[in-house]
Structures are given as structure tokens and as C-alpha cells.
Design a protein around this ligand. Structure first.
Ligand code: AMP
Length: 410
């Protein structure tokens, strides 16, 4: 039979890799829970509307990257490509606006995008994300950014840079879009064809182009940051000041454009020098119109998402700690007594395994050693030979004395 492989752009998480992931998850939950963030998990798929209305029709994600399918009854469903729109959908659906605001949530889930796979870019990947809903205070923007900076630091991500900008309010942005589109039309002959085709649909994406001709045009383009109204400019200045007070360094980058339509005001992105072309470890921003776009009350919000695979890559995570094993139970012939001792050991809270491959007594001891077991118990009739694998000391005891004997020594 021919072999079946995992789909392109997907990967298996093997036991030796799971420990490093669990560590990042622990770092995150130990920081986020005391800060008031509660875990939320939404379904793996949603009504496609959640993303067309939430993320925006014109975005790359909605135009090219969604795995959408018919539910069998003529309704379109989509494997979630991102977490913010689903969390806002849940916020509205569960009437969370009636809770004391802001409502703080976090998630650690897998997401799906039909992207061209490469190192650090997959079709199913994992994101840790947070959302704070209900407040537009600049302190909330700063809080979320500081939390991500702390998680990256505690996870051991090296060479971290934070870029920050503001997209202003929807009116400012709409006027700026027109101004930028007009500027791009003026210089259409020097733009890459892909950029030229999207001038009307999404002119801001021209800032992301790697084409030299386009980049030269963009160097002279008007900047949204220079068009902010007084309130938005004050909000942005406040966020920068708060980050400064928290000791988090950032660079203001007026060309920072995030690929989702819902952002307003603050946007930011963390990158790591330890990564190659896909250098983004996490990013996010404010989305003051999103909850309303999903049918909820006007609700400001801000959040970010960070890629778990990118965090692990940038932290150079490779080694897996060996799992603790207190007891390995060996036997010859009928395994029922060994099995009963194994069950008793586990019920008593010990980490225990038993022989399952009918190895010789010598092979069994070797296996106990390979697994790093602290004790090796060999069942023989009514008695158990208990070996302390650290010292080599052996004693022969009754079955009933085994658990206490191991527990006392640990
Ligand atoms: P985004 O939702 O596009 O703002 O992405 C937030 C973070 O998720 C990025 O900084 C990456 O760390 C990670 N990420 C996004 N897309 C992918 C992908 N296709 N594969 C792996 N990680 C990704």
C-alpha cells in the first residue's frame, strides 16, 4: 500500500514537541489569568459571514485564503482563518457587553489559511491571542502590547522589535484611501502589476510590496499618520507614552499596514531577527467598529495574535525534557499481578509503566533505565524485587509494601 502523508502546509505535533508548546501555553496563562483574561474557545468553523463582514471582503484573507465549504444545506461555512472576528461574534451572541467592562479574553487555537507553504508559514497553524473589549482607553492598548512583550521575553524569543502606528478613525482612513489611490493612479506606470490591479480595492497594501519600483513610489506617498485628526493623534501619543513608562521600546512605522480591514487607531507588530523571511511573531491592533459590524452594540476593542510556531522557532526551542517516571513494573508469565500493582501505583499518584513487550528480565531492567525510571519492580510470585535505579540497591518485599516503599523513597 502506498503511504498517505499529511496535507501540504500542515504538520504533526509529536510528543517530543508538545512539551515546548505546553511551556508557552503555561507562560501565557500564568501571565494572562491574573491580569483578568479568561480563556475562550470558539468553534473551528464559523458561518462565512463572520469573516466577510468581520475581516473585510477586500482583504487577502477573505479573497484568497479561506477554506470555505457548503454545510450540505446551502449555507457557507469557513475554517477560521483568524480569531478576532469569532471572539467578537461570541461576545455579541452571549451578551457579554452586560458584564463589567472591559471584557478580557484569550485563546490558544489552530487557524487555517490557504497560503503558499514555506518555513514559518503553514496552512494550519496555532495562535495565542487576546482581546479586550469595551474600552477605548489608551491604557488598554498599552496593556495588551506590554503583555505580548512579556510573553515573548519569558518564552525566550530573541531579537524582538516592536513597530507601532495608528490608522486613525474610519473617516480619516476613508479620506486617506482616496488620497493614496489618487497618488498611486498618478504613478501607475511605475507600480508592479499586482499593486496596480488593487489600487481601487485596497491601496494601503501597496506599502507591503517588495517590488523596487513600487517601493520607490511609496517612499514619496502621503502617510496616514500625518492625516490623523486631533483626537486620534492624542490617543496615539498617549499609547506611546504609556509604553515608554512601562519600559517597552518601540519604533513608529507609518508604513505598517495590517492585512485586516477592521483595524482603527493603534496597530502594531512584533518581529524577531531570529526568523527568516517570515519575521512576524505577533501583531494586532484596535478594532473599534468590529463588534457593531457583527450586529452588536458599538464597542471598542483591541487585541493581538502571536504564532506559536514562530515563537518556538525564534526561541530556538529544540530540547524536550524527559518525562518523569517513578516506577517500572516487570514480570514473567502472567501479567495480572503486575497490572494490579501498576493500577495501584497510578491511583496513588505515581507515574508508572509496566512491561508490555515480554522482554527478558535483563531487557526489562534495561527498558526501565532507558525510560529514566527511578524504581524497577520485578514481580515474582508473592514477592517483588524492588531496585532503586539511582543507587542499584535491591530489596525483596511483599506486594502490599511496594507503593509505600516507592513513595517513601521519592
Ligand atoms: P495575523 O493574524 O496575520 O496578524 O498573524 C499573527 C501572527 O500569526 C503572525 O505574526 C505569525 O506569527 C502567525 N501567523 C500568521 N499566519 C501564519 C501562517 N500561515 N503560518 C504560521 N504562522 C502564522
Amino acid at each position: 500500500m502506498s503511504r498517505v502523508s499529511a496535507p501540504r502546509g500542515t504538520f504533526d505535533i509529536l510528543p517530543e514537541q508538545a512539551a515546548a508548546r505546553a511551556r508557552v501555553e503555561r507562560i501565557a496563562s500564568e501571565l494572562l489569568e491574573p491580569a483578568g483574561y479568561g480563556r475562550i474557545e470558539t468553534p473551528t468553523f464559523e458561518s462565512t459571514d463572520v469573516f466577510t463582514r468581520g475581516v473585510g471582503e477586500a482583504t487577502d484573507i477573505v479573497q484568497k485564503e479561506m477554506y470555505s465549504f457548503d454545510d450540505g444545506g446551502g449555507r457557507s461555512l469557513t475554517l477560521r482563518p483568524e480569531g478576532t472576528a469569532p471572539v467578537c461574534r461570541a461576545y455579541v451572541e452571549h451578551g457579554m457587553h452586560k458584564q463589567p467592562l472591559p471584557v478580557r479574553l484569550y485563546y490558544l487555537s489552530s487557524f487555517f489559511r490557504a497560503e503558499r507553504p514555506q518555513a514559518g508559514r503553514y496552512r494550519q497553524f496555532w495562535q495565542l491571542g487576546i482581546e479586550a473589549l469595551g474600552s477605548d482607553a489608551p491604557e488598554v492598548d498599552a496593556e495588551t502590547i506590554v503583555l505580548l512583550a512579556t510573553i515573548l521575553e519569558r518564552s525566550g524569543v530573541s531579537g524582538v522589535r516592536l513597530r507601532l502606528s495608528s490608522l486613525g478613525s474610519p473617516d480619516t482612513r476613508a479620506a486617506y484611501r482616496e488620497e493614496l489611490a489618487a497618488y498611486l493612479r498618478e504613478h501607475a506606470d511605475r507600480l508592479a502589476p499586482a499593486v496596480r490591479d488593487r489600487v481601487e480595492l485596497n491601496p494601503l497594501r501597496a506599502f507591503d510590496s517588495t517590488d523596487p519600483g513600487t517601493q520607490a513610489v511609496m517612499a514619496g506617498a502621503p502617510m496616514l499618520l500625518e492625516r490623523l485628526n486631533a483626537e486620534d493623534a492624542a490617543h496615539f501619543a498617549a499609547v506611546r507614552n504609556l509604553l515608554d513608562r512601562a519600559g517597552v521600546a518601540c519604533e513608529v512605522d507609518p508604513t505598517l499596514v495590517r492585512g485586516l480591514d477592521y483595524y482603527t487607531r493603534t496597530v502594531f507588530e512584533f518581529t524577531s531577527d531570529a526568523l527568516g523571511a517570515q519575521s512576524g511573531v505577533g501583531g494586532g491592533g484596535r478594532y473599534d467598529g468590529l463588534v457593531e459590524a457583527l450586529g452588536g452594540p458599538p464597542t471598542p476593542g483591541i487585541g493581538w495574535a502571536a504564532g506559536i510556531e514562530r515563537i518556538l522557532m525564534a526561541a530556538g526551542e529544540t530540547s524536550a525534557e524527559q518525562r518523569r517516571l517513578d516506577l517500572y513494573v516487570g514480570f514473567e508469565g502472567n501479567g495480572a499481578d503486575a497490572f494490579a500493582l501498576l493500577a495501584a501505583a497510578r491511583a496513588a499518584g505515581l507515574s508508572a509503566q509496566m512491561e508490555l513487550m515480554a522482554r527478558s528480565p535483563k531487557g526489562q531492567q534495561k527498558q526501565a533505565e532507558r525510560l529514566g525510571a527511578r524504581f524497577f519492580a520485578r514481580v515474582e510470585g508473592d514477592m517483588v524485587h524492588l531496585r532503586d535505579m539511582n543507587t542499584g540497591a535491591e530489596q525483596t518485599i511483599e506486594h502490599e509494601a511496594l507503593i509505600e516503599g516507592v513513595r517513601a523513597a521519592l
